[in-house]
Design a binder for this molecule. Structure first.
Ligand code: FAD
Length: 654
């Protein structure tokens, strides 16, 4: 992959760009609306599953655009990228193609929470995604703005339940019908852009918002609850105007670690990587923020912003008197711009310039594009099923920022999952399920549909109860075989995952068969400190748990049985380190999986259910209508007694 030549973007655009009148069909299995991170994964996944798919997006040239930070991954987010890749999605391979600075975050902690992150070249990322979509069979791309969703009238037998039948474009062309529609309109739903005291309609700088018709269908026709959130982006700086000698150099990892299981190396050679720089805000920054609050209407609005990626205004107001980190990051291999991460701001452009010049390396900096804020509608995601389908509208799936999340990785993960399920529905297959015990994607989807959001949701490793088993290193073992069964993973990738799984199983069996007393081990490995209990019997797998025992050391002592597995030395070490913990977790995981598998009938009237439940619990159950007992367990306000009563009711009476 890394040696392949991508077609130049212009030819990609020419080839994929079609007018509605030139489409070969007016009916598709799946239509995906929006070509951002959710939409591209959704469209590619639906097509891989076997659905005739149409991706409709406002501007083909912005497919794969990184609206804000040119980076991918991080702690928790890197896990999502590995999982999307294990399901044959695009973003991991695109990251390997476009990365120009790779580092593994959290290295001082255990490998279960390592966060693979890369700074990206924007242009390369877009080129890769566009070229991938072009070469995906069964996928067509259409430039256009979707004006309206076509929805059938509710069935009298199922009042309030609709069915999506297709879309209508803003240009007045013929409607296009589909069995499933995936909406991935990001920050574009009733989007408004803010700089200083001015606001204008828009989904992103240079892009119009989604038409009001779309919001009307969702809100008025389908009766969906909609909330409002906000986010923002920093000004882009001219690199030549920044004095990087006054900032602290942060080199990337010497050896880049690829995101994708299919790659052993990244396109960017280790020595070609570009560094990042770290600097800090000064009291002058806080002064400018405070002096200009009256000129800044974005910050005064009620809509909630991203807590973990706040604007400089929010940081200064929440933590007065502190100095805040600012990362100066490259925007591309040949780009003459720098991205100042941590300086998202929405004051007027002249004030932005004054503010950045209060930071020593930026004392003469010039702004290429001012920072701005965006406010947008999101659909409260508790109205979705775990397949990301709107509960009251068959065939309508939502994914990405429209569900109240923030970040490319969260969007990509939902997009892939919605695309798989939209295709399965169109092909008359049952919805696919992904538990929170087996993946971060399962955690993300479950959090959204069972708990909802009150602020932009981003992934953290702390959200996963079983993070010692949901590791970035084993995402292929957890998901690739399943993805193959669902139809979204190619035979080639599946074949490789099966080979890896067999080899790891054989290697673990070989290690476990190497059993002897700790005294004998001490003789074989004199330099290693181990249990003082001389009669204790230890296997090679037990030994590998010790900090200073590597697989290489064991293989040098037992080359005949272990050297065939040298390529897996790091994975085996990680397996051994987490084995005791995961053995302990196994029964808990089984219990949760059986709860997950217990469906709660959707026609239950919780207010009249003849079981002992408090009025408060009844109201919670009625409001969120969890689809499984597992989802009910995680609702805030549920009690163990209520869960036990619900279990008994479903188990014995249904
Ligand atoms: P998007 O990537 O926004 O894609 C939506 C797509 O839908 C676009 O291609 C658009 O053209 C298309 N579209 C919209 N309406 C229609 C229509 N009616 N018809 C056809 N096509 C349509 N994330 C962070 O993690 N940290 C940040 O600090 C951060 N800051 C951000 C700042 C700004 C200003 C913006 C705009 C976004 C920011 N994000 C940030 C969010 C990040 O960009 C998104 O989380 C991510 O891009 C969401 O992906 P998505 O696919 O849901 O939507």
């Amino acid at each position: 992959m890394l040696t392949k030549k991508l077609p130049p973007v212009q030819s990609v655009l020419f080839l994929v760009s079609r007018r509605a009148s030139q489409l070969s069909r007016q009916r598709y299995d799946v239509i995906v609306v929006g070509g951002g991170h959710a939409g591209t994964e959704a469209a590619a996944a639906a097509a891989r599953v076997g659905a005739e798919t149409l991706l409709v997006t406002q501007k083909i040239q912005t497919i794969g655009a990184l609206s804000c930070n040119p980076s991918l991954g991080g702690v928790g987010k890197g896990h999502l990228v590995r999982e999307v890749d294990a399901l044959d999605g695009l973003c991991g391979r695109a990251g390997d193609w476009a990365g120009i600075n790779f580092s593994v975050l959290n290295r001082s902690k255990g490998p279960a929470v390592w966060g693979l992150r890369a700074q990206l070249d924007r242009q390369r990322y877009r080129e890769f995604i566009q070229a991938e979509l072009l070469s995906t069979p069964r996928l067509k791309v259409l430039e256009g703005s979707v004006e309206e969703l076509l929805v059938s009238d509710p069935n009298p037998a199922e009042p309030g339940h609709h069915r999506v039948t297709g879309i209508r474009l803003a240009n007045g062309s013929q409607p296009i019908s589909a069995s499933s529609v995936v909406l991935t309109t990001g920050t574009f739903l009733s989007g408004s852009l803010f700089v200083g005291r001015t606001s204008s309609p828009g989904g992103r700088i240079g892009d119009a918002p989604s038409s009001s018709g779309l919001t009307q269908t969702l809100r008025d026709q389908l009766g969906l609850r909609v909330g409002r959130l906000r986010t923002g982006t920093p000004p882009r700086l001219l690199k030549d105007s920044v004095d990087l000698s006054l900032a602290k150099l942060h080199p990337p990892d010497r050896q880049p670690t690829p995101f994708s299981f299919t790659n052993t190396q990244t396109r960017c050679k280790p020595e070609e990587q570009l560094p990042c720089y770290l600097t800090y805000t000064t009291p002058g920054v806080e002064r400018v923020v405070r002096e200009s609050l009256h000129l800044n209407c974005h910050i005064q609005q009620d809509a909630k912003g991203p807590r973990y990626c706040p604007s400089i205004e929010s940081r200064v107001l929440r933590f007065p008197g502190r100095s805040h980190q600012v990362w100066l990051e490259p925007e591309g291999l040949t780009s003459d711009l720098l991205y100042p991460q941590g300086l998202s701001m929405t004051m007027p452009p002249d004030v932005q310039l004054r503010l950045i010049r209060e930071i020593p390396p930026l004392h003469r900096a010039e702004i290429h594009t001012p920072g701005y804020g965006v406010q947008y509608d999101y659909v409260c995601p508790t109205q979705l099923s775990p397949a990301l389908q709107v509960k009251n509208t068959q065939g309508l799936f939502l994914a990405g920022q429209i569900n109240g999340t923030t970040g490319y990785e969260e969007a990509a993960a939902q997009g892939l999952w919605a695309g798989v399920n939209a295709a399965r529905r169109a092909l008359s297959q049952p919805p696919a399920a992904l538990s929170r015990t087996e993946s971060y994607i399962g955690v993300l989807v479950d959090d959204l549909v069972s708990r909802g959001v009150t602020e932009p949701y981003r992934m953290f490793t702390s959200r996963a109860e079983f993070r010692t088993s949901l590791r970035p290193d084993n995402a292929d073992l957890r998901l690739t075989m399943k993805g193959f069964e669902l139809g979204c993973v190619s035979a080639v990738r599946h074949h490789e995952a099966v080979r890896v799984r067999c080899s790891l199983q054989n290697a673990i069996a070989a290690l476990q068969a190497l059993t002897m007393s700790s005294t004998s081990w001490r003789k074989k490995l004199p330099g290693i400190s181990m249990s003082e209990n001389k009669s204790q019997t230890l296997s090679g797998m037990d030994l590998l748990e010790y900090k200073d025992v590597s697989f290489e050391i064991l293989a040098s002592v037992f080359p005949e049985c272990l050297s065939p597995y040298m390529e897996f030395s790091q994975r085996l070490k990680i397996e051994a380190v987490y084995k005791p913990h995961n053995d302990q977790n196994r029964s808990e995981i089984k219990r949760i999986q059986s709860e997950e598998n217990m469906s709660l009938p959707q026609d239950i009237d919780y207010f009249t259910l003849p079981v002992s439940l408090s009025q408060e619990v009844r109201e919670i159950l009625d409001r969120f209508r969890p689809t499984t007992l597992g989802a009910a367990t995680r609702l805030q306000g549920m009690t163990p007694a209520a869960i036990a009563n619900l279990f008994n009711y479903v188990h014995f009476t249904r």
